[in-house]
Design a protein around this ligand. Structure first.
Ligand code: GLN
Length: 544
């Protein structure tokens, strides 16, 4: 079968869940045995989101091949289990950069470089570059139609649809149907206007997905179909659901995948069972108990820690618990309030981050967890804070710090990596992507990974555990449980005297998926549950 292309656009408002619809579509086609990939085109001008503040853009997701990307790629991986690459995330900045580089090389032979055809050609080239590798390529266009910067992408889609034909290219448009409480009515006008706008650009959507907080009647769907030149069965509703993981099942129930296949002339065949996926949803429903985990970080914004939240949720469900995550702003933590803030928590995650803001609070949280034997999981900067705290309070190195926060410290237990010393550019220059890590036999980490010896995890950092302090740290009781064999970098630390106190330099949260929860999160959440049971008066001390 020649590769087919599905384009997902959005109108009316942002944050309607295009990423979840794209991921669900990928999941449903994959369940039918098709080879799929999902790519995201973001219309902003940054080369990648690596330099963007999480307040602007949420979490920066890192692919195994070391690209800093949009958080939607996390959804794609969590839903489909596929490993995305740097080809799956493209911004306007990258498109222009490659066109301009080619222009400087003289590749255009004296031509005037224009948005059409040069920029649109480059967009098209990137959409179809893996022609033949996949049965379906799903392309999500970031932003909302009508945005000035989306125009070249929409023009590229229009051209591709014309060139490929109706059986190889299809557009799904996602819109919002607001409910006006005063009128007691759901309003379809914004959807009609948004579709008209798309039609004005030469794109006729085949399928509409209407996001709403209320159930949409058949009558309303028929009306939208009538106004928008779309079949009534191709007007799908995407109502708010309890969990994003319900979306594929909801879409399948309404035949989203079957409709798309039909429209592209592919035999529809039997509806896949989605067995393991449904088992996950069932377990989620059955999980009646809750364990509360504190997220110690500086961004009071869910999207900044998206993958960590999802990883905790996955691990919770496979341990038959719902995880309630409570954000604890590390900037506001003090010796006076720490006990009260951490008291309800069965465990804490000390979050990743950059820069000094909120780091002393993270160190305080690490100290409290260590001295009260509360399960604690430090990730990247969180792990670095655990090491600093240990050096200061157990080894007596009062000014221990990371040279990121205090370049003048006499105890740089976390230091800039050798290869980073001469790096001046900020974009895409950290230690990024998947590297191997050799686990120490018998360690908590090695136990969690099921006695595996060699693992691969993704990274995003400039500073590292300073091996000059390794001997004293280990002698004091903080052990290295994982080392990068090529560079001898310490990747995991743990304190075996405690029940669950572990930090990783890498980001395990990037690889937890719905069907394969991450072993470290599984082990950590299990320890939190045991701690909760213990705190609630279990006769036996937990054994983890
Ligand atoms: N700022 C730290 C470093 O660059 C940690 C980075 C992170 O948490 N992702 O090493």
């Amino acid at each position: 079968m020649l590769t087919k292309y599905i384009f997902i656009t959005g109108g009316v408002a942002s944050s309607l869940g295009k990423g979840i619809i794209s991921a669900s579509m990928g999941k449903l086609l994959q369940a039918r045995g098709y080879r799929i990939t999902i790519q995201k085109f973001d219309p902003y001008i940054n080369i990648d989101p690596g330099t963007l503040n999480p307040y602007e853009h949420g979490e920066c997701y890192v692919t195994a091949d070391g690209m800093e990307t949009d958080l939607d790629l996390g959804h794609y991986e969590r839903f489909t289990g596929i490993e995305t690459t740097r080809q799956n995330s493209v911004t306007t900045g990258r498109i222009y950069l490659s066109v301009i580089e080619r222009e400087r090389r003289g590749d255009y032979l004296g031509k005037t470089i224009q948005v059409v055809p040069h920029i649109t050609d480059e967009i098209k080239r990137r959409i179809i570059r893996e022609e033949g590798t996949f049965d379906f390529v799903i392309t999500e266009i970031g932003g909302t139609i009508g945005d000035i910067e989306s125009q070249p992408f929409l023009e590229a889609i229009r051209q591709l649809r014309w060139e490929l034909g109706a059986d190889r290219a299809l557009n799904i448009h996602l819109t919002y149907v607001p409910y006006l409480a005063a009128a007691g009515e759901l309003k379809t006008k914004p959807t009609q206007t948004s579709v008209k706008q798309l039609q004005g650009l030469g794109i006729q959507p085949e399928v509409l997905v209407l996001r709403s907080e209320h159930e949409l009647s058949n009558e309303l769907r028929a009306k939208v179909a009538h106004f928008c030149n779309v079949d009534a069965e191709a007007v799908i509703q995407s109502q708010d659901l309890e969990s994003i993981y319900e979306v594929p099942v909801n879409m399948q129930r309404q035949g989203l995948d079957a409709i798309c296949l039909k429209k592209m002339g592919v035999p529809v065949g039997e509806t896949p069972q989605l067995g393991p996926w449904r088992t996950f949803l069932e377990r989620r429903k059955q999980a009646s108990k809750t364990v509360e985990i504190g997220l110690v970080g500086k961004y009071d914004l869910q999207d900044a820690y998206k993958s960590i939240l999802e990883s905790l949720a996955h691990a919770g469900i496979y341990n038959d618990y719902k995880v309630k995550t409570t954000f604890i702003n590390s900037e506001n933590l003090t010796r006076e309030n720490i006990a009260e803030r951490l008291l309800p928590m069965a465990g804490i995650v000390i979050c990743p981050g950059f820069g000094g803001r909120g780091t002393e609070g993270k160190i305080l949280a690490a100290e409290y967890a260590r001295t009260h034997d509360i399960p604690a999981f430090g990730i990247c900067l969180g792990m670095q804070m655990m090491v600093i705290e240990f050096a200061r309070n157990v080894l007596g190195m009062a000014d221990a710090n990371s040279s990121e926060m205090d370049p003048a410290t006499t105890h740089p237990v976390i230091d800039i990596m050798e290869e980073q010393k001469n790096v001046t550019d900020k974009g895409g220059t950290m230690r990024l992507g998947a590297y191997e890590c050799q686990l120490t036999p018998g360690s908590l980490a090695s136990n969690a990974y099921g006695e595996k010896q060699l693992i691969r995890e993704r990274h995003r950092h400039r500073y590292e555990y300073n091996n000059a302090f390794r001997k004293v740290l280990e002698a004091g009781g903080m052990k290295c449980a994982g080392i990068n064999p090529a560079a001898n970098l310490v990747e995991i630390v743990e304190v075996p005297a405690l029940r669950w106190y572990l930090g990783t330099q890498f980001h395990p949260e990037y690889t937890s998926t719905v069907l394969h929860p991450h072993p470290l999160f599984m082990s950590f959440v299990r320890a939190c549950i045991q701690n909760k049971v213990y705190k609630n008066g279990s006769p036996q001390a937990p054994d983890c």
